[in-house]
Design a binder for this molecule. Structure first.
Ligand code: 25A
Ligand code: L14
Length: 350
């Protein structure tokens, strides 16, 4: 008889939590019971899970008795406060926040890239940042085939990355501007900061807070998470990575302009397309003569990472530009989380 699992979704009412429910319904995981957890604000609310209404409960350290698997996306502070208690009660946790990503004992996993590192888990597995996930899905096969010395990335990140309330703010500002009213900003660029700027009809080169070196924390995450996933260690010098992260007034779907140095001057753009067209989780959309290239609107709702505009830097052999797009709430969050859980079940690690 196959075992079935009791699953708790922490942050079930959020932008990511909603999609975790939907991805779990479509997953290969045998589910016995689903528990929906959120803050006291949402306790008592009902959400549909596999056509059955389930009542949301307030998350507390006692919520995890009998739970086998926790899928967490309620923010870093909530994960820090609750996941150690869940592990103590015997649950394995896949955490979508940044709370434990850099802990050396915690695997940071994108299944297409480093599934084997799941074997080393001690109860918590971290899901990387959305911008990092879609980039490494495309770059890891190129690293394997040709080598990879340097990555320079600029992101075009959707509003939904900052959560449901932030997405609501973009819609409200858009309406205000169309109504010729002043736009009211209370969340972007980042909730707790001194000032807020409108995102509608604008671009904000700030995602999360700034570090002392002038990089935003989102840029810091892309650099160190990429090294941990692709090289095994957050400060590994084998691949040089630098990033500029920009919020754009798009609802769903992050875009990334990525420049790479493979270190191999004989590699061609056709070689890259050939490798990427066979890479797991990747769809190559690269036919400029027919205006075919990845876009957030066409990536929305899909689990894949889309790559296009692949072209050589004519002045630096072995170097290439490309454009990478994925649904930040699916491959960037809910799907990668549920996919990790599918791997845990398939690999007998739960
Ligand atoms: O803290 P961080 O790490 O910076 O994360 C910030 C936010 O980013 C989102 C997620 O927001 C997170 O809270 N996020 C995280 N990872 C993400 C990723 N990879 C990501 N977004 C995209 N990609 P979110 O709004 O999508 O989801 C938040 C969920 O967490 C629940 N939650 C919050 N505090 C909790 C908690 N659960 C348990 N214990 C706590 N202490 C949250 O549940 C939601 O499920 P909720 O009960 O707050 O319900 C959300 C509903 O309530 C409204 N609402 C939210 N805040 C307020 C509010 N209403 C009134 N006042 C408020 N202050 C929301 O509109 C919604 O309807
Ligand atoms: O680290 O605001 O997973 O777009 C993902 C969404 C950080 C913030 C993470 C955003 C979060 C990011």
């Amino acid at each position: 008889m196959t075992r079935s699992y009791n699953v708790a979704i922490l942050g079930a009412t959020g932008a990511v939590g909603n999609r975790i429910i939907e991805q779990l319904e479509q997953a290969t995981i045998p589910v016995n019971h689903v528990k929906l957890l959120a803050s006291s604000r949402s306790a008592g609310k009902q959400l549909m899970v596999s056509n059955t209404p389930v009542t949301v409960e307030e998350a507390t350290p006692d919520s995890f008795a009998g739970v086998d698997l926790v899928l967490a996306s309620a923010g870093g502070a909530v994960s820090k406060a609750l996941l150690p208690a869940a592990v103590k009660q015997g649950a394995v946790c896949v955490d979508n926040t940044s709370a434990f990503r850099m802990a050396p004992m915690v695997p940071l996993v994108v299944p297409e890239v480093n599934r084997a590192s799941l074997k080393k888990h001690h109860g918590i597995i971290a899901n990387p940042n959305c911008s990092t996930i879609q980039m490494v899905v495309a770059l890891a096969p190129l690293q394997q085939a040709f080598g990879l010395k340097q990555v320079i990335v600029s992101t075009y990140q959707a509003a939904s990355g900052a959560g449901q309330q932030a997405l609501n703010e973009l819609y409200a500002e858009t309406q205000q501007h169309l109504d010729q009213q002043p736009m009211t900003a209370n969340i972007f660029p980042t909730k707790g900061d001194a000032q807020h700027h409108p995102l509608a009809f604008n671009l904000l080169p700030q995602i999360d807070v700034f570090e002392d070196d002038g990089y935003s924390h989102e840029e810091w995450k892309m650099i160190h998470e990429t090294k941990k996933i692709m090289c095994g260690e957050m400060n590994d010098p084998a691949i040089k990575v630098t990033a500029t992260c920009v919020r754009v007034p798009v609802a769903i779907g992050h875009g990334e302009s990525v420049y790479i140095d493979t270190g191999d001057p004989t590699v061609t753009a056709a070689d890259l397309r050939r490798v990427l067209s066979k890479a797991p989780g990747v769809v190559v959309l690269d036919d400029p003569s027919n205006q075919v290239y990845p876009q957030p609107l066409t990536a929305e709702g899909h689990r894949e990472t889309y790559v296009g505009r692949i072209r050589p830097d004519s002045e630096n052999p072995g170097c290439f530009n490309m454009w990478i797009v994925a649904d930040n709430l699916l491959k960037g969050a809910a799907w990668n989380t549920v996919q990790i859980a599918e791997c845990l079940v398939a690999d007998h690690l739960l």
